[in-house]
Design a protein around this ligand. Structure first.
Ligand SMILES: *[C@@H]1O[C@H](CO)[C@@H](O)[C@H](O)[C@H]1NC(C)=O
Ligand SMILES: *[C@@H]1O[C@H](CO)[C@@H](O)[C@H](O)[C@H]1NC(C)=O
Ligand SMILES: *[C@@H]1O[C@H](CO)[C@@H](O)[C@H](O)[C@H]1NC(C)=O
Ligand SMILES: *[C@@H]1O[C@H](CO)[C@@H](O)[C@H](O)[C@H]1NC(C)=O
Ligand SMILES: *[C@@H]1O[C@H](CO)[C@@H](O)[C@H](O)[C@H]1NC(C)=O
Ligand SMILES: *[C@@H]1O[C@H](CO)[C@@H](O)[C@H](O)[C@H]1NC(C)=O
Ligand SMILES: *[C@@H]1O[C@H](CO)[C@@H](O)[C@H](O)[C@H]1NC(C)=O
Ligand SMILES: *[C@@H]1O[C@H](CO)[C@@H](O)[C@H](O)[C@H]1NC(C)=O
Length: 588
C-alpha cells in the first residue's frame, strides 16, 4: 500500500500539474544493470532495466511530462536516449554524448521531459559505447489525447515487439572487433523481445530454449508496434497468413495499406493493425529475417515467435512464410516509397497532418552527405560523413555552448564531400533557425545504412539507386512523403529528406547501425534561436558536469546512496499515474 507520504506527494503533484496547465507528470525509478540471460542457449550478461530485458514500456499520452531517475549500476558510463522524442527546445534531455555528460558507474541522473505534440511508437536505448548490442532498450508509446480520435477503430490491445540481430559476444567484445576492423560477421541469432527463436528448423536450432508466444483471440484486432533495435541488420517482418495493415510509423499516421511483410531497418518503428481472421487450426509463425544477405548462410539468424489463438488446435508447423528475394533492393525501395502520410488525419493536434504543406516551403540549406565504409585514418578504423569522422569532445557540445567555451567544436561541417583527405574532427552543421533544410544521404557503402535525426521528424521525399543530382529533385514527393525520424539509404543509392528547423538546440544526426556510428558516422546540427522571447529550456539544475567543466561537479558517490533511498516502485508509479489522471479529471 502506498504510504500517506505518497498521497501527499500525489496531491502536491496534482496542484503542480494544474499550476503548469494540467499536463500530467509521471515518475519512474529505473535501475540499469547487467542481468544474466540465455536467449540463444548461451549464458551472457545483458543490460536490463529494473531487472527486465527488454526494459519497461513507457506508456504515456501526448503532452505528458516524464520524470525518470536513471541509476547506473553498470560498470561503465551510461546515457539513455529517446529515439524519436523531440524534446522541444530542450536538447538537455536528449541523452547523447554531445548534449550530456555521461552518468558515471554508480551515479544517477533524473531526466525530465515533455512528450509535447507527439503521438506514436518510439523506443529508448543506451547511446554510448555500443551498449545497445547488449540490450537496455524498451518501448515508448505515446497515446493520442481523447479529444483527437485515432484515424482507425480503437484496437483491442497493443502488442510491442523488439526485433534485433544478436550476438553471444558482449557489447564490449563487439566494439573491440569494430575498433580493430573485424567484421561483426553473421549474427548468432535474431531475437524477438529478447528471446531466441521457436525451433523452426531442427537442424539449425537447438531444442529446449524458450521462445516467445504472443497470445491473441480470434476475431480481435491488435496494434503491433514493431521496433528494429538491432545492431546493423535490416529485418523483414511478417506473420504467417495474416495481413499487416500499416497505420503509423515513428509518430506519423500513414495512408492505411495492407502488406504481406515489411522491411524494417535498424532504428525504425512501425505500427500495424493485425486482425485475427484465420481459422484456429494451428498456431502461426511471426518471423523477422535478415535482408540483403545470403539467406541460406544466414538461416540461423532468423527470429521466430508464435502467434497463438486462444482456441488454437495445434502448434505451428511447416516452412516459414516466404521472405522477399534476398537481394531485391527494388522491392524494398518500392515498398518504402509506398509508405505515405495520411494528410487528412489529425495526430497530436486537431488540424490534419497535411495542413503543414512541406512541399511549398523554400529550402534554405542543402547538405549532400556521403558516407563511406570504414577506412584507416591515422592508423585507426573510422567511418566518415563527407570525409569527417566525428570526434566526441570531453566537454559536451551543449555545455560548451552554454558556458561560451570556444574551441570545443566548429560550425563548419561541409555541405558536400570536399576534395581533401578524410579526417577526425568535431565539426557541426550550422542550422538556420526557422530555415528549411534539405539533406541528401548518399550511401557509398555496400550495406544498407540508416540515419536518424534527434529533435525532429523529417519528410522522406525521395530515394533512388545511383548518384543524386539536382535533377533528382524532380522525382521528390512534395505532397505526402511520411514524416519520421530514421530513414534507410540503400547501398549505392540516395535518400532525400526535408527538415523544418523550428526546434532550437544541438541535435544529433547519426548512423543507427552501431558499427557505423561507433566509428564516427555522426554529426550534430546546431539550431540557435536568436529571438529572446522563444529561448530554450534553461540548464537543468541537476546537470552533470565533465570535461573542461568537471570542477563544477560534486562527486555523486558522496551524495547518493542507492540502496537506502526510498523509491517509487513500478507498480506504485502506475497507481501514481492513475491518481494524477483522476485528480486531473476531478480538478478539470
Ligand atoms: C497505456 O496507456 C493507455 C492510456 O493511458 C491505456 O489505455 C493502456 O491500457 C495502457 N497500455 C498498457 C499496455 O499498459
Ligand atoms: C539521484 O537520485 C536521488 C534519489 O535517489 C535524487 O534525490 C537525486 O536528485 C538524483 N540525482 C540526480 C542528479 O538526478
Ligand atoms: C485453416 O486455414 C489454413 C490456412 O489458411 C488452411 O490451410 C486450412 O485448410 C483451414 N482449415 C479449415 C478447417 O478451414
Ligand atoms: C549462399 O550460400 C550458400 C551456402 O553457404 C552457397 O551455396 C550459395 O552459393 C550462396 N548464394 C549466393 C547467391 O551467394
Ligand atoms: C486517413 O485518415 C482519416 C481520418 O482523418 C481516415 O478516416 C482515413 O481512413 C485515412 N485514410 C487512409 C487511406 O488511411
Ligand atoms: C555567454 O555569452 C552570452 C552572449 O555573449 C551571454 O549572454 C551569456 O551570459 C554568457 N554565458 C556565460 C555562462 O558566460
Ligand atoms: C551560423 O549561422 C548563423 C545564421 O543562422 C550565422 O549568423 C552565423 O554567423 C553562423 N556561424 C558560423 C560560425 O558560420
Ligand atoms: C563508391 O564510390 C566510388 C568512387 O567514388 C565508386 O566507384 C563506387 O561505385 C561507389 N560505391 C557505391 C556502393 O556507391
Amino acid at each position: 500500500m502506498p504510504s500517506s507520504g505518497f498521497f501527499n506527494l500525489v496531491i502536491l503533484l496534482c496542484s503542480l500539474g494544474v499550476a503548469l496547465g494540467g499536463d500530467p507528470y509521471v515518475f519512474f525509478d529505473w535501475t540499469v544493470s547487467y542481468v544474466t540471460a540465455s536467449p540463444l542457449g548461451v549464458k551472457q550478461q545483458v543490460i536490463g532495466i529494473n531487472g527486465e530485458f527488454p526494459g519497461p514500456i513507457l506508456n504515456v499520452t501526448t503532452n505528458w511530462n516524464v520524470v525518470i531517475n536513471v541509476k547506473n549500476h553498470l560498470d561503465e558510463p551510461l546515457l539513455l536516449t529517446w529515439n524519436g522524442i523531440q524534446h522541444r527546445k530542450n536538447s538537455w534531455q536528449d541523452g547523447v554524448s554531445g548534449t550530456n555528460c555521461p552518468i558515471q558507474a554508480g551515479w544517477n541522473w533524473t531526466y525530465e521531459f515533455q512528450v509535447k505534440d507527439q503521438i506514436g511508437s518510439f523506443f529508448y536505448f543506451p547511446s554510448l559505447n555500443f551498449q545497445r548490442a547488449s540490450g537496455g532498450y524498451g518501448g515508448i508509446t505515446i497515446n493520442n489525447r481523447a479529444v483527437i480520435p485515432l484515424p482507425f477503430a480503437v484496437p483491442d490491445a497493443d502488442i510491442t515487439l523488439f526485433i534485433t540481430d544478436w550476438y553471444t559476444k558482449s557489447h564490449k567484445e563487439l566494439r573491440k572487433d569494430v575498433e580493430s576492423g573485424t567484421s561483426l560477421g553473421i549474427p548468432d541469432g535474431v531475437l524477438i523481445n529478447g528471446i531466441g527463436p521457436f525451433r523452426f528448423d531442427e537442424g539449425l536450432i537447438k531444442g529446449g530454449n524458450p521462445f516467445l508466444t504472443v497470445n491473441v483471440e480470434q476475431g480481435k484486432t491488435y496494434r503491433f508496434r514493431v521496433h528494429n533495435v538491432g545492431i546493423s541488420t535490416s529485418l523483414n517482418f511478417r506473420i504467417q497468413n495474416h495481413n499487416l495493415l500499416l497505420v503509423e510509423t515513428e509518430g506519423s499516421y500513414t495512408v492505411q495499406q495492407n502488406y504481406a511483410n515489411m522491411d524494417i531497418h535498424v532504428g525504425q518503428s512501425f505500427s500495424f493493425l493485425v486482425t485475427m481472421d484465420q481459422n484456429a487450426s494451428s498456431d502461426y509463425y511471426i518471423v523477422a529475417s535478415p535482408r540483403f544477405v545470403n539467406s541460406s548462410s544466414w538461416a540461423r539468424a532468423t527470429g521466430v515467435a508464435i502467434l497463438h489463438y486462444s482456441n488454437s488446435q495445434g502448434p505451428a508447423s511447416g516452412p516459414l512464410p516466404d521472405p522477399p528475394n534476398d537481394y531485391d533492393a527494388y522491392f524494398s525501395m518500392n515498398q518504402a516509397r509506398s509508405i505515405r502520410w495520411n494528410v487528412s488525419a489529425g495526430a497530436a493536434r486537431p488540424n490534419p497532418q497535411g495542413s503543414f504543406k512541406y512541399g511549398e516551403i523554400t529550402v534554405t540549406d542543402v547538405y549532400v552527405i556521403l558516407n563511406r565504409p570504414a577506412e584507416l585514418i591515422n592508423g585507426k578504423w573510422r567511418t566518415t560523413l563527407n570525409g569527417i569522422s566525428y570526434l566526441p569532445p570531453s566537454t559536451p557540445l551543449k555545455l560548451a555552448q552554454q558556458f561560451n567555451i570556444s574551441g570545443v567544436y566548429k560550425l563548419d561541417f561541409p555541405t558536400k564531400l570536399m576534395n581533401r583527405p578524410a579526417k577526425v574532427d568535431t565539426s557541426l552543421i550550422n542550422g538556420t533557425f526557422k530555415g528549411f533544410m534539405e539533406i541528401i544521404f548518399q550511401n557509398n557503402d555496400s550495406t544498407v545504412q540508416n540515419y536518424h535525426l534527434d529533435g525532429y521528424a523529417f519528410f522522406v521525399v525521395g530515394m533512388d539507386i545511383g548518384v543524386w543530382t539536382e535533377n533528382s529533385r524532380s522525382t521528390y514527393n512534395k505532397w505526402d512523403g511520411v514524416a519520421r525520424s530514421t530513414t534507410q539509404v540503400f547501398p549505392g543509392a540516395w535518400t532525400a529528406i526535408l527538415v523544418p528547423l523550428d526546434n532550437s538546440g544541438i541535435w544529433n544526426l547519426r548512423a543507427q547501425n552501431l558499427d557505423s556510428w561507433y566509428l564516427g558516422q555522426e554529426v550534430y546540427v546546431s539550431v540557435v534561436n536568436t529571438e529572446v522571447d522563444q529561448s530554450e529550456a534553461p540548464l537543468p539544475d541537476n546537470i552533470i558536469y565533465c570535461g573542461l567543466l568537471s570542477s563544477l561537479q560534486k562527486d555523486q558517490a558522496q551524495r547518493v546512496k542507492f540502496s537506502s533511498a526510498p523509491s517509487i516502485s513500478r507498480s506504485s508509479s502506475t497507481i501514481l499515474v492513475m491518481l494524477i489522471i483522476a485528480c486531473g479529471a476531478f480538478i478539470g
